[in-house]
Structures are given as C-alpha cells and as structure tokens.
Design a protein. Structure first.
Length: 366
C-alpha cells in the first residue's frame, strides 16, 4: 500500500527515478569507489547506510573512513522513491526550547541514530495550525515515522498517515484512541502528589501558577490538584495565569504576589513547571519581602537539572525525561515493524510513566 500511494503521490517523478547505476552517477563518488577504498563489497556499503546493524563495528568504521575521505553522499531521495523506505523520522514538539524537550529529543535521537536513521525536529510554537502543517509536510516527504508531542488533537491525521504506511507515536500525552500508540506521563497523578504534599505541610491558600490551560498536559496537572484540594475543608486553589512558562514570567508573578497584603497572598504556590518556580523563588529571595518557605512555600514540576541548585533548592515533581524519549523511539520502531508486516492491530501499546515527589527546602524539606 505504501509503495502504491507513493507512486500515485509522486506520479510526475516516478518515471525519472534513477536506477542503481544512475544513482551512482548522481554522486561525484560512487558506492563502488567507497567499497574499493574500504576493502568491502558494494553490498556492505549499501548496508552501512540502510541496515548498519548487519555489519560489524570494525567494518562500519572502515566504511565511515572511506565515506569521509571520498566525500560520498548517498542519494536518499532516489532510494526513498524507488524502495519506499525513508531514513528520516519526524519529531514535532511544542517547546523545542523548553527545559525538558532537549533532554527528551537527545534520547530519541540517540535511539534513531543507532538505527542508522536521522531525526528531523520541528517546533510548532504552540500553534495547532503549524502543527498540522508539519504533519502534512512529513506526509509529503514520506518519512518512515512521526513522533509528536501535540498541542491539539491530531489522532485523526495520524490515522490517515498510518493508512499510508507512516508509523506514529504520541509523546508525553496518552492517546484517546486504542489504535494510536503513545508514551505518556500521568500528569493527573503529578498534580495530586504536589497538592497532597502542600496540604500535608499545613498550607490552605494555594496558588496554581500556569499558562496554556488548554494544553492537556497542563490541564491534567490542574485537574489532579483540584481533585485533592476539594477533599480538605478550608483549602482553596487560586489559578494565577502567566503569559508563558518561563523564569521571567515567574519573576513577574512573584513580584505581583509580593505586592499583595500578607492576608491576601497564597501561603503556597504550585508552579506548573520548574522554570516558573525558579523565577518565583529568585524574585522572592532577591526582594526580601517574602521568605521561602516561611511565608510562601514553592513547588515546581519536572525536576530539571537546575531545580536542586536554586537559591532555595526546589521541591518538585520528577518526570522521567530520558526514559520517556527512549520509550517513544523504541515504540515507534515497533510500530514501523508492524506496518511493514502489513498488520493493523485494533489495540496498540500505550505506555504510562509515573511521576515522583521530590521534597527540598522550598517547601520545608531538607
């Protein structure tokens, strides 16, 4: 089905797809020249680019040295059109510059690279329209698979791509359809853990600092917090909106709170990510009007590298960034194998990771 769809999609190009001999001529250096220099067969050079795991490490090293010395560049476009196999995995994220995305992306790229493939990353900047535009681009390019940490609901688009042989996995969000593979974190439970901790510390006027409440990952944290605060008499949860989830936004939020009279301030803040919480702590401590945690306890979310190194070490909810990235990539390769076999199961794997509470000085821990 995949090759048939490609033939239709690229009907104006199929007649001019180079043969193996013509493909060699498109390069200034041929596969045969690489093979001769490396002392291997042309088939081994082909496996180096397409199926590297078939070769020993020593053979791969010899071929890599020959490729580097001769400046050989394989014609992946011709190979994709002729064989229906692309060496590219597409990755769409809504915060490529976010604190956790680079760590997740690095884990994915490591797995993809080990397969002799390439990761093409795209930033949708929180726009559902741009998100769909990237999905359409990846479909036209006939990538082998797509990983997406979505802003909107994209499962229908992914189902259409899957029907044409492009595997997909949702990252950091559990799929709604059982036919869509996903790797997610239980952010509802993360919200519960944070709120229980603050309530157990005796706090009753709690502020939830967040932007983008329409984003499911953020909404889940809020819903988890609300499910706990409602069970404690006298406890309240104030939603404190900020324009973005950044250190600067946290600083501005803290300054606004410090300007309130003490009786109208929250006695604890649950920030939807660590960057916001770091900004809040920084502003409170620098301004010397609010002590942490004496006047206001501060809780973050994600447990990024800098959370334990702030002026007041940050209590937070730890989410497994590296483990999530590895699981997303491994599940995508499983999906690619399933599609190559021509099967279409009604239930695909949906992996969930559990967050963990990390207690530090910002909420009165050690």
């Amino acid at each position: 089905m995949r090759n048939a769809w490609m033939a239709q999609h690229y009907h104006g190009l199929i007649d001019t797809v180079p043969t193996s001999t013509e493909e060699d001529r498109l390069n200034r250096v041929t596969i045969r020249e690489v093979a001769e220099l490396a002392g291997v067969s042309p088939a081994s050079v082909s496996n180096f680019f397409h199926k590297p795991r078939k070769l020993s490490e020593a053979t791969r090293e010899r071929i890599q040295q020959a490729v580097d010395r001769l400046g050989f560049v394989p014609n992946d476009v011709a190979r994709t059109l002729r064989m229906g196999v692309s060496p590219v995995i597409g990755y769409i994220a809504f915060e490529l510059a976010g604190a956790t995305t680079p760590e997740i992306a690095a884990a994915i790229e490591q797995r993809v690279s080990a397969r002799g493939m390439y990761l093409l990353m795209a930033n949708d900047t929180g726009s559902q329209q741009r998100e769909r535009a990237y999905l359409q681009l990846f479909a036209k390019q006939q990538v082998s698979g797509v990983i997406i940490a979505p802003v909107g609901d994209v499962e229908d688009e992914l189902a259409q791509m899957r029907a044409h042989g492009i595997a997909s996995v949702l990252s950091a969000r559990r799929a709604v359809s059982p036919e869509q593979a996903s790797v997610s974190i239980d952010h509802v439970e993360g919200g519960r853990l944070a709120m229980r901790h603050l309530l157990d510390r005796g706090h009753r006027r709690i502020g939830f600092v967040a932007s983008s409440l329409e984003l499911r990952q953020v909404a889940d944290r809020l819903n988890g917090a609300l499910s706990v605060v409602g069970s404690v008499p006298g406890a309240t949860l104030e939603i404190i909106p900020v324009p973005e989830r950044s250190v600067d936004a946290g600083i501005a939020c803290a300054n606004d709170i410090a300007d309130r009279s003490p009786e109208h301030r929250p006695d604890a803040l649950f920030c939807v990510n660590d960057l916001l919480a770091i900004g809040v702590v920084q502003a409170f401590v620098a301004g010397r009007r609010v002590s942490v945690p004496g006047d206001i306890a501060v809780m973050g979310y994600d447990d990024i590298e800098f959370a334990k190194s702030t002026i007041v070490p940050l209590s937070t909810i730890r989410t497994p960034h590296v483990e999530l990235g590895r699981a997303v990539a491994d599940l995508l390769f499983e999906e690619m194998t399933v599609l190559e076999a021509g099967t279409d199961p009604e239930h695909r794997r949906q992996i969930d990771f559990s967050p963990k509470l990390v207690v530090r000085a910002s909420t009165g821990g050690d």
